[in-house]
Design a protein around this ligand. Structure first.
Ligand code: LMR
Length: 333
């Protein structure tokens, strides 16, 4: 795959120096792994519409959804090599390229709601985290929402004990690994594009995801139960290749920044509704039983996962966790 990515990168470089370069638009290839009718898919389409409009056609954005071009880990390598120019991987996927700090967003129950999340992403902590990407040849442009995660399996998941011994697909985050180990689950890292089949064939027993991802990947068709836990959050960091971005003509970059700002407001303004709609669609199919927890059952889940904060303190950094909690829980330490 690396060879393929390199070949694509050199073709892209050649295209830039061709004689028609002056007239032809600058192409931004935006690769992502989810369906178009999801919070990320729709925000990417909005960015395309606005960037092309605000640059007067100087930029052409090509959006490639559904892992059409690259899967989770490959897409980050492709961006670093310049084979694509824009991505929006989830916070949970930056560990393998050496930026583990974004995994702080994966801590169980760290975000009570999306309003609290904005305090982090729109404030100095959000900006500080984006800056970490510079050293990896990337520029962080925005934070995009998906929403809160639910647990699914073919076993009814109500108490922490119900999880014991099951195999769950996880994204490539050590915090998620620790979260599932705290429940006695065997976690298995797997690309998003492979989850449906892995659930269908029983390679894994369950998974965690948002309603919109569950619905658009048809996971509800191969999982008997989905428990409404809201135990964690999936959001994205929109990233671009730093060299590419810095090399854009100033007026084009400014127009793209404006498009990104507005696409972010649009996407984040409707992500919650998209997840509610997806839940309603799943209910309509009647293929999965939606399980709700009582306040006592919810408290038991929280308690079972509490040790994760200590388990990952060294990896994510205790000062970062404290800074995050200060924003989200109003703690004073
Ligand atoms: C996942 O891998 O489950 C998600 O990060 C997919 C996505 O991009 O929402």
């Amino acid at each position: 795959m690396r060879k393929l990515i390199l070949a694509a990168a050199s073709i892209a470089a050649l295209a830039l120096i061709g004689p028609a370069a002056a007239q032809s638009p600058i192409v931004i290839k935006f690769s992502h792994v989810v369906a178009t009718n999801t919070p990320k898919g729709l925000a990417a389409e909005k960015f395309k519409e606005l960037a092309e409009k605000y640059t007067g056609g100087k930029v052409k954005v090509e959006v490639y959804p559904n892992s059409q071009l690259y899967k989770d880990k490959e897409e980050l390598e492709a961006l670093q090599l310049g084979a694509v120019q824009m991505l929006a991987p989830s916070n949970s996927k930056f560990g393998p390229i050496g930026v583990k700090e974004f995994e702080v967003f994966d801590l169980p129950y760290i975000l009570p709601d999306l309003k609290t999340l904005r305090k982090v992403t729109d404030g100095p902590l959000g900006a500080k985290l984006l800056k970490l990407l510079d050293a990896k040849g990337m520029t962080g442009l925005a934070y995009w929402d998906n929403g809160f995660k639910q647990m699914s399996a073919n076993r009814k998941l109500v108490t922490p004990a119900d999880y014991k011994g099951l195999k769950f697909r996880i994204q490539s985050s050590k915090v998620l690994e620790a979260q599932f180990r705290s429940l006695g689950v065997i976690p298995q890292v797997m690309a998003f594009s492979e989850v449906y089949q892995a659930l269908q064939t029983g390679v894994v027993d369950g998974q965690e995801n948002t309603w919109s991802n569950i619905y658009t990947q048809k996971m509800h068709e191969v999982q008997k139960y989905i428990t409404n836990t809201n135990h964690g959050y999936i959001g994205y960091v929109v990233v671009t290749n730093k060299k590419f971005w810095d090399g854009l003509p100033a007026d084009v970059r400014a127009a793209c920044e404006k498009a990104m700002k507005e696409a972010t407001e649009y996407g984040n303004g409707q992500s919650a509704k998209e997840n509610e709609d997806a839940l309603a669609e799943i209910k309509k199919t009647g293929k999965s039983e939606i399980v709700s927890l009582t306040p006592e059952q919810d408290a038991a889940m929280r308690k079972a996962m509490e040790p994760v904060y200590k388990d990952v303190a060294n990896r994510v950094g205790q000062p970062l966790i404290d800074e995050f909690l200060k924003e989200t829980r109003g703690a004073t330490n």
